[in-house]
Design a binder for this molecule. Structure first.
Ligand code: ATP
Length: 236
């Protein structure tokens, strides 16, 4: 799904311009969104998920205009979202939690739900831990549960917000592999402030700083040619 963003601005109450006239096209495949804390990544993702309304500007996803109710609904049906702070119920097992989210998503058929949850537990390599309570899960395991819940409805667009924060190196690699396997012909927008997450998974990347686009190109261009220039802006 191709995302087209033009002149996107979000000013929160209190006057902070989290996004400031952003123009960006995100093609199908895995695309990285890089930026320091406060750059506007989460705001952009929340707008794409239909959770926050922009102050001005336009977003279309596969031609659906998110400024209209019908457009937002169409995009939300195609969307999987892993927020930065996915709340899980620590007393539920992984299987119970996924079953509960599936029910909330309108998967009413119990047998179909059970089958889908079983498939996804397999995909995220948690079949052996499926009946353990989430309170005992590591950060990486919780993120895999998070990906499984985002994939429940087989989305064509997956948005993941800083998924590797707090993971150890092994968990991080595992998580990247999982995302890359899923990407294929779908669109995955991966937000992070860890360059390596993007370098290992994405071909193209956009860099935000204070709500503006300061770089868009291939990972290769970012790491070889533009690094010094982009870095001085991201870290100043
Ligand atoms: P982080 O990596 O820290 O999550 P980010 O790149 O995702 O940062 P945002 O969370 O989009 O950035 O925040 C961009 C700016 O908007 C920041 O200055 C932030 O303080 C501000 N902001 C975000 N949400 C709100 C809100 N609900 N009300 C007021 N200001 C907000």
């Amino acid at each position: 799904m191709r995302i087209e963003i033009s002149g996107l601005t979000k000013t929160y109450r209190g006057g902070v311009a989290a996004l400031d006239g952003l123009d960006l096209v995100v093609p199908t495949g895995m695309f990285g969104l890089l930026g320091a804390n406060g750059a506007g990544k989460t705001t952009l993702m929340r707008i794409l998920a239909g959770l926050v309304r922009p102050t001005s500007g336009r977003v279309t996803v596969s031609g659906h205009d998110m400024g209209t109710g019908a457009g937002r609904t169409a995009v939300q049906h195609a969307l999987g979202y892993l927020p930065q702070d996915l709340g899980v119920y620590p007393d539920l097992t992984a299987r119970q939690f996924l079953d509960y989210v599936a029910l909330l998503k309108g998967m009413d058929d119990r047998a179909a739900r059970r089958r889908r949850v079983g498939e996804l537990l397999e995909v995220v390599a948690l079949t052996g831990d499926a009946d353990r309570r989430l309170r005992g899960f590591s950060g990486g395991m919780r993120q895999r549960v998070g990906i499984a819940q985002a994939l429940l409805a087989d989305p064509r667009l997956l948005i993941v917000d800083e998924p590797t924060a707090g993971l150890d190196p092994e968990e991080r690699i595992r998580f990247r592999t999982l995302l890359s396997q899923f990407a294929g012909r779908r669109t995955v927008l991966l937000s992070t402030h860890i360059v390596d997450d993007i370098a290992q998974t994405c071909r193209e990347v956009a860099v935000l700083a204070r709500g503006r686009l300061i770089f868009r190109g291939t990972v290769d261009e970012l790491t070889h040619r533009a690094r010094g220039r982009v870095w001085s802006i991201v870290t100043d």
